[in-house]
Design a protein around this ligand. Sequence first.
Ligand code: SF4
Length: 426
Amino acid sequence: MSKKLNPKELYRLPWSLTDNGISWLEVTTKCNLHCKGCYRDQTKDGHKTLEKIQEDLDVFKAKRNSDCMSIAGGDPLVHPQIVEIVKMIKDMGWKPILNTNGIALTHELLEQLKEAGVFGFTFHVDLSQGRPDAPASAKTEGDLNFIREKYARMLANVGGNIACSFNQTVTEKTLNQLPEVYEWALRNVDIVHSIVYILYREPGMCPQFDNFVNGKKIVMPYENTDWGDGKILKAQDAVDMIRTIEPTYEPSAYLNGTCDPDSMKWLLGVRVGQGDKTYGFVSPKFQKIVQHVFHIVKGKWLSYASPSVSVAGKITMILFSLVDKEMRKTLVNFLKSNITTPWNLFRKVSFQGFMVIQPVDFLEDGRQNMCDGCPDMTVHNGKLYWSCRLEEIKEYGTFLTTYPRQSEKTDSDVIQTSEEETQRAQ
Ligand code: SF4
């Protein structure tokens, strides 16, 4: 294991339920793919009407301040009114970010989305999807880099300064392939602004728990996928793997868990580099200054930065060097490294994000450790819910509770509260 992650050494993003970098709008349950282990039931609900979407946006406006609106599903690009939806979101003051598998993206649609004000795309591309554009010979995540590159180039070619991110689910089987996408992103730093590794979870990975709805035990209508085989990965596993090819990888900001303060549920490292040459990673202090200055100026916590800012690395390095010793080191690395290649001093220096998301974990006692300050809260029937567990609300009207599995209860298992203890509790 590489150096252990320590929350005390990182900046805890100041995101909360009511004031957050991101919110999550689901516009449809329909999708043009069937990824293994997808948490949304495509047979329910279908496309939301524009009126329903307006209602959801009004709930967000009333209950939650945020910089970006992730537009999700299903796949949002299969919604026939996606261009109008992007415009509605932009007009209401959010940065619209489309979370899509990209399959339905054409040049014509991209032009229209740009016109409507799309701020960025997060493309989900991985081997779990059974993509029609993936060759049958594709065996590892790196074999899909040509698909990622196609989307990154589409955005770069259409212009308009559109942010380009990629996410992928990671399981124990694909953990060792994580560097293939990391290295590809370095080579394409000018057009790829961030990579998000989502550590895969599915209920069948935790057979040691029983599920209850309002105190009643239920058997989940769920089958394990072969995608989820293996151990439950933690952020440290992904960081260790990144460090096999980028030993200096150093995250700077995180969100902790709702039950376990030491868990890293969202972990963000931002690299400063030119091509595959890394000069350093931004510090927790840098993150803190950026978040707070943005909040003072814009009244929101920052999530996605504009690509034009991402490539303004040199001026940012110089300014932050005045107040941040880590950035001074990065600037020195940049200058030293270019002594023999002085023409590189005139090339762009970019910021590039590498993030790890560690979704719900079950603690030994059955508590569910969610992301504290969840950025992906969504609206359902006028209320805010974790989007990763919305299916529980749709199915049961409440979230499931979990307890360590026990053999059939006998009378002796029932915990008796003595009269004395009851009185003390009152
Ligand atoms: S709690 Fe669930 S929906 Fe929220 S950020 Fe974590 S994984 Fe995403």
